[in-house]
Design a protein around this ligand. Structure first.
Ligand code: AMP
Length: 305
């Protein structure tokens, strides 16, 4: 029984209306692992970094219960670097720079003891690398969740479409759903995407919450109206981490349980955006998470008459 997480472990430089950071620790797999670790701690991480990455952050991941045997450290090379700038509404951003560095020729190797995970979270990464991970598994996981972004749709759409045929759940944001399907209506987009492979689709809409679709039903989870959103980077990954962490903890992959899982995912994302980078995801407590989830429950509860 385990959760295998694949994705970038990276440096980010972020600009929001509230400030600017130099290189700080980020990467899809960093956020996913931290968020998932509050629900489930048999996590194996597969990723790659250069020898420029801070040991301290790796120790934090280990302390949260992650096994880093599948994290390759490339001597004399640089870690993946991404720079982004948010617009005033914080709901949209421009990528200023993407330096693949170690990711350019990353050949993932899944350690022997991680080859039969029950849950696989394919975080944002080169689609061909995501496929290579699936092909090394000795048993089909109970659930495969895929996250991706516009960058890979722009440069590797065919590979991405192939990866889509191999997964159960896809999480993307609204503009990516439109790009992938060629449909503006999110309902039509969902119908098209659900024919590409995944049985379940999550469309993230930033401060406007998230939609969960299968072929018969739609469910909506709001985002918490926060007084201050400081830095949205990693919100999507924290969402994915909370989502799969909760499913792994409860061992229930029904659509009904996925409704609960997207609330837990949204709760983890709401923490992440309160500070720059991964800072807010370190040192959370179960009590804080439960209180936050309760706020979501209260936000949407109402009685008829
Ligand atoms: P999110 O805000 O949840 O979409 O994710 C932000 C994280 O994704 C940042 O920490 C980046 O390091 C990482 N990231 C940005 N671009 C890419 C990319 N093309 N592939 C993989 N990860 C990326």
């Amino acid at each position: 029984m385990s959760l295998l997480v694949v994705g970038t472990v990276a440096f980010d430089a972020i600009e929001t209306p509230f400030g600017k950071t130099d290189k700080i620790v980020g990467g899809a797999a960093s956020y996913i692992t931290l968020a998932a670790s509050y629900f489930y701690n048999k996590i194996n991480l597969v990723s790659v970094i250069g020898d420029d990455f801070p040991e301290e952050f790796l120790n934090t991941l280990k302390k949260q219960g992650a096994n880093l045997d599948g994290l390759q450290i490339k001597k004399g090379q640089k870690s993946f670097f991404w720079a982004g700038k948010y617009h005033n509404d914080l709901n949209s951003r421009d990528t200023l720079d993407t330096q693949l560095n170690v990711l350019a020729d990353f050949d993932p190797i899944v350690p022997e003891n991680a080859k039969s995970p029950e849950f696989l979270m394919l975080g944002n990464l080169v689609p061909a690398v995501q496929q290579k991970v699936i092909s090394q598994l000795t048993k089909r996981p109970k659930l495969i969740v895929l996250d991706t972004m516009n960058f890979w749709m722009d440069i590797a759409m065919d590979d991405l479409k192939k990866t889509l045929t191999m997964v159960d759940v896809l999480t993307i944001n609204d503009s990516e759903a439109r790009q992938l399907s060629g449909e503006y209506s999110l309902v039509k987009a969902a119908q098209k995407i659900l024919q590409m492979g995944p049985k379940v689709l999550v469309i993230k809409k930033g401060e406007h919450g998230a939609l969960l679709f299968n072929n018969e039903e739609v469910f909506f989870a709001p985002a918490l109206p926060l007084e201050e959103v400081f830095d949205p980077t990693g919100a999507g990954d924290s969402f994915a981490g909370g989502f799969i962490g909760y499913l792994a903890k409860t061992q229930d992959i029904s659509f009904e349980n996925m409704k609960r899982a997207i609330i837990f995912g949204s709760a983890m994302a709401s923490f992440t955006v309160e500070r720059f980078g991964t800072e807010r995801l370190i040192g959370l407590t179960q009590e804080k998470i439960d209180d936050r989830v309760q706020e979501f429950v209260e936000l949407v509860q109402f009685q008829l008459d």
